[in-house]
Design a protein around this ligand. Structure first.
Ligand SMILES: [Zn+2]
Ligand SMILES: [Zn+2]
Ligand SMILES: [Zn+2]
Ligand SMILES: [Zn+2]
Length: 696
């Protein structure tokens, strides 16, 4: 059966084609002109066809009836033989096959079962190519031929095997068409003698096949390795052609700057197909190849720019060091000011730093000029933050601002953070809120380099309010609390909240434990959670409704102020330094470094002080080199009020274990600049980064 016609014509433009190859192409190209050829004298035809590749000869036989008649006739034997001999390394046609069969098997890669194209495996034992599906279909297990083998054996006197077989895993497989054809003939044979002749012919055919196999396998292996060398060479040539084209288009410098792994990556991208590059092929990949080069170039320039910027940031940091004299220590309020990273991305410093490669940087050494610039920039930054928060309030139109009042001082103006869910952030401390400096994937090369310079582990970015908004939760939770405290919800200020003496309980959820105290006179008591304005607000934000005991339906908190006498008892407790230590677990307080803008809880701060500033200090004593961060005060333990049945009351700090309602008192905001711990900002690391060519 003829192979399926190829629809895709590959145009080869391989240089160095031999004359014979070109002749071959021309024969293929002008078929009409050959129609008289079969009538030519045979010796001339042998002469001509003998020079042709047998594959082309078979193709020719398939072009017309007359060629077919000529080439398939017995008399053409010599032509075929000459043609086969003309191909170096090609084994002779085995005697059990005809030349056209043989050539079809070797050079036409279609499945002999279903004509599926591009089937590379030849089963030489069966003289076929099969796709996987047909292979399953066409192979037989030994059992299907068992009766035949027995009858052949029964005739006696044979050595050798009548059927071809292959080993497929552990199984011997026969060729179904061969067995079926044999059986059909066998059954027709009239007597043992003719059966003997028939079986002997089959046995000798198998013998011939075994003799032919080594040469065929050798040829196949050679073809394979030749092909893979060829394919590789085609890919290499293709890549060379592509780079040559790119060079013509002005990418020579960029190509020369590419590292060998970049070139390999590019070859894998553009020369994965073993296809010579034609002009049309080039037009197809040109766009992608140019885009690829543009990307490579951009990455290279970006990487170079980053190196340049880092050098400038280093000078900038030195200039800032001069601006802050040697005795300068950061305090909690330093976090209300811009960090160095924030300053670096401000326009006034960008104008100095984010400029041409050859720009003059000497201004950074001018302490006098820089002092003015730093002063102005820091002031502007603080003003900008104030404006930003004020605008957040005024634009929301949710707060009624009394005539002449500063909105940022009002108790109704609190901010919420989308990231950590805090909803009671106040100005100005909100500026120091840790989430404002949480890492943001900066698109801008300058900003991303600045972020990476001051936070090598990518835990921080320049200050941003993107997670902050006016806290509507606080706005709705606060009025009943303020009322219970005796304050006017519309006009109360944050300062008034701070100063407020009132202590509250919620009648819905404060009721806690009842018990007795022994002694001279047994007394019964009931324990209540108590709150000040701020802790009440915190509670109301966290659980908007009471958590009633005993399955009662939930309801709004009902804040009630405790008696003056009870308040006195509580304030006495709060003022007692020994009791104070119980109020807050210091080890949980976020601390800021006195010497740089790193923040962490004491244990990690101690590690930071050692690794970055060469200061050895225990976690309990980090206070000597770090300050308590505005944003990281742990939630205080609750104050419990014990009301005795004789009318007296005592106050004490509760701990988590004592918490009678079992709610989590331990959920402090856990953020710190954790990942930057123990980091040495040495420049080796930067250089190493460069090779990775990171992108944000
Ligand atoms: Zn098939
Ligand atoms: Zn937050
Ligand atoms: Zn309640
Ligand atoms: Zn530090």
């Amino acid at each position: 059966m003829p192979p399926r016609k190829r629809t895709k014509k590959v145009q080869h433009e391989t240089p160095g084609e031999s004359a014979a190859q070109i002749a071959r192409r021309n024969i293929r190209g002008r078929r009409g002109g050959l129609k008289d050829m079969p009538g030519m004298p045979l010796d001339i035809l042998i002469e001509i066809f003998g020079f042709m590749h047998p594959r082309d000869l078979l193709n020719l036989a398939r072009t017309s009836k007359s060629f077919r008649a000529l080439l398939m006739s017995r008399s053409s034997h010599a032509m075929w033989r000459a043609s086969i001999e003309g191909v170096e390394g090609l084994p002779k046609c085995p005697p059990y096959m005809s030349e056209p069969e043989y050539i079809n098997l070797l050079f036409f890669p279609h499945c002999h079962g279903c004509l599926k194209p591009n089937v590379q495996t030849i089963v030489f034992e069966f003289a076929v190519r099969y796709c996987n599906a047909c292979k399953k279909e066409m192979l037989f297990e030994r059992v299907h031929a068992f009766d035949l083998l027995q009858s052949i054996n029964g005739l006696g006197g044979f050595t050798g095997f009548p059927f071809a077989m292959i080993k497929d895993g552990h199984h011997l497989q026969y060729h179904k068409p061969e067995i079926l054809a044999f059986r059909a003939q066998w059954d027709l044979l009239p007597d043992d003698d003719s059966k003997k002749v028939f079986a002997a012919a089959a046995i000798s055919r198998v013998k011939m096949m075994h003799e032919a196999l080594p040469a065929l396998h050798k040829w196949r292996d050679e073809q394979k390795s030749k092909r893979s060398v060829e394919l590789h060479q085609i890919k290499v040539d293709r890549f060379h052609s592509i780079t040559a084209k790119l060079r013509q288009e002005g990418w020579a410098e960029e190509l020369d700057l590419m590292s060998s792994w970049q070139q390999r990556a590019m070859r894998d991208t553009f020369a994965s197909k073993a296809e010579p590059l034609t002009e049309r092929g080039w037009q197809k990949v040109r766009g992608d190849a140019v885009a690829y080069m543009e990307d490579i170039k951009k990455r290279r320039l970006d990487a170079a720019r980053r190196v340049l910027l880092r050098g400038r940031f280093e000078s900038f940091a030195k200039s800032h060091e001069t601006y802050r004299d040697a005795d300068y220590r950061r305090t909690a309020d330093s976090d209300l000011e811009p960090h160095l990273m924030d300053l670096a991305v401000m326009d006034e410093f960008r104008a100095i730093l984010d400029v041409d490669k050859d720009a003059d940087m000497s201004i950074l050494d001018n302490a006098e000029e820089m002092r003015i610039t730093f002063d102005d920039a820091i002031l502007r930054w603080r003003t900008d933050r104030r404006t930003e928060f004020t605008t957040m309030v005024t634009q929301s139109k949710q707060v009624l601002i009394p005539e002449g009042a500063d909105p940022l001082t009002l108790s109704s103006v609190l901010f919420a953070c989308r990231l950590c869910k805090r909803a009671d952030l106040r100005y100005p401390e909100v500026v120091a809120h840790v989430c404002t400096r949480v890492v943001n994937h900066e698109k801008d090369l300058y900003a991303s380099t600045a972020a990476r310079y001051w936070s090598p582990q990518c835990s921080r970015s320049p200050w941003s309010s993107r997670y902050l908004s006016l806290s509507t939760d606080a706005m709705s939770a606060l009025p009943p609390i303020l009322k219970a405290c005796g304050l006017d919800p519309k006009h109360a200020t944050l300062k008034q909240m701070d100063d407020c003496a009132a202590r509250l309980t919620c009648t819905g959820c404060s009721m806690a434990v009842t018990g007795t105290v022994g002694g001279a006179k047994t007394r019964h008591f009931t324990t209540y959670f108590t709150y000040n304005c701020w802790t009440a607000l915190n509670r109301a934000i966290e659980t908007t409704q009471c958590i009633p005991r005993g399955g009662k339906p939930a309801r709004e908190h009902n804040w009630v102020r405790v008696s003056k006498k009870e308040e006195k008892a509580m304030k006495k407790l709060e003022a007692d330094p020994a009791a104070q230590r119980k109020a807050i677990v210091i080890s949980k307080w976020l601390h800021g470094c006195n010497y740089c803008d790193y923040a962490a809880r004491p244990r990690k701060m101690a590690m930071h002080l050692t690794s970055r500033h060469n200061i050895s200090v225990e976690a309990e004593d980090v206070g000597t080199h770090a300050y308590r961060h505005h944003d990281g005060k742990p939630k205080p333990n609750a104050v419990y009020l014990k009301r005795f049945d004789d009318g007296s009351a005592t106050a004490e700090y509760g701990s988590l274990i004592m918490s009678p309602l079992g709610w989590d008192m331990d959920s402090d905001y856990d953020y710190d600049y954790d990942s930057d711990i123990g980091l040495d900002l040495d420049m080796d690391m930067w250089d190493w980064d460069m090779d990775l060519d990171f992108d944000f």
